[in-house]
Ligand binder design. Structure first.
Ligand code: NAD
Length: 330
């Protein structure tokens, strides 16, 4: 109950200092992101030897931002001073409002680690695990303070990829409020958080990537193409479009005037193995449902990013041409 009261008082704007636990690929990139946005970070190192490589990686991430005109070179030393490299877990977590865990992907280690953190962190501090495939319900299983725990899955490199997928421990052990506060914080630094309705392994993106991986493996092993062909196909085909709008808005544009409903009926009917009356009815039901969902999605978008067929097409073409210029394919 003490914890719940603490978490209920937590607000995104109260997050002033962050602990990043783990100075590997993800921890270093998260750290670069937070210091770029002005937040002091306690970066916890598993071993003090990691300080040199972590410093170098963070510096390289910030240099990359400067080379591309996002920050100024002379701002970087000030940002680097915001990182406190630290090997004491107690001191890493005791004075922060958000903990980003980015240690090795091992359930037992993550569970023990969290039990240790329970001893030192304030009860209203949010604990966000970067886990790729473990459930936050399992990671927080032995925690006294599971309501402050969320999965907050980034994509490499987190300082550039906006998506953060948030999961909540199942049932009463989790708190939607914690997820909402974290989402608000991530939005404030220009991330795109999504709170999942269920705690699932692989979140959304990794489940999709796994399905793509399976399809790619089959194509290669069936002698259809090489890995290089697949990389080319994705880079210069579907990947280009998915970098701009997702598969549902691609479908909306692909259907022309008929939208995604028209596309689903057209392609669906042509490919029905057994076009019974029932199968056609089910297809029509799905096409209507998906069109309704896409209409809601477009209504949530601003005109700048495309909120109807015409503005969406214009936005797609603008970003597509920008990407093609970088690929020197236009
Ligand atoms: N690499 C990715 O593309 C990616 C993307 C999203 C999420 N993640 C997740 O982020 C987390 C970190 O992944 P990473 O790719 O940065 O791994 P990494 O191997 O680069 O870093 C892991 C860190 O954990 C530390 N570590 C090792 N053993 C430990 C122990 N017993 N206790 C505490 N710390 C220990 C290491 O010193 C290292 O700093 C994982 O949960 C992973 O699933 C990775």
């Amino acid at each position: 109950m003490i914890l719940l009261q603490g978490i209920l008082k937590m607000e995104a704007k109260k997050i002033k200092k962050i602990a990043v636990l783990g100075a590997g690929v993800i921890g270093n990139s998260w750290t670069a992101n937070f210091i770029w946005k002005g937040y002091p970070v306690n970066l916890w190192l598993f071993s003090s030897d990691e300080e040199i490589t972590a410093k170098q990686a963070i510096q390289e991430h910030l240099d990359g931002l400067a080379i591309n005109g996002i920050v100024k070179n002379d701002q970087i030393p000030k940002m680097m001073k915001l990182v406190n490299f630290i090997t004491s877990l107690e001191f890493a977590v005791k004075d922060v409002q958000l903990i980003i865990e980015a240690i090795i992907e091992d359930l037992a280690i993550k569970q023990q680690f969290l039990a240790e953190i329970d001893k030192y962190a304030n009860p209203d501090t949010i604990y966000a695990s970067s886990t790729s495939y473990k459930l936050i319900s399992d990671i927080s299983k032995f925690s006294e303070f599971s309501e402050r725990c969320i999965g907050a899955h980034p994509y490499n490199p987190p300082h550039l990829i906006p998506l953060v997928e948030i999961t909540i421990p199942e049932g009463e052990r989790g708190s939607e409020k914690t997820a909402e506060v974290a989402a608000k914080f991530f939005e404030s630094i220009n991330k795109v958080p999504i709170i999942l309705k269920k705690d699932v392994s692989g979140f959304i993106g990794n489940q999709i990537q796994s399905a793509v991986g399976t399809a790619c493996g089959e194509l290669i092993m069936n002698g259809v193409c090489t890995p290089e062909d697949i990389d080319k196909a994705m880079t210069f085909g579907p990947g280009l479009r998915w970098a701009i709008v997702g598969p549902y808005l691609v479908g909306q544009l692909g259907g022309g005037e008929g939208g995604i409903k028209g596309l689903t009926l057209h392609i669906g009917k042509a490919n029905l193995e057994d076009p019974t009356e029932q199968a056609i009815k089910e297809l029509e039901f799905y096409a209507n449902f998906i069109q309704g969902e896409v209409n809601k999605e477009m209504a949530n978008r601003s005109r700048e990013f495309g909120s109807d067929n015409e503005t969406l097409r214009k936005f797609r073409d603008k970003v597509l041409i920008t990407l093609l210029k970088e690929h020197k394919k236009i």
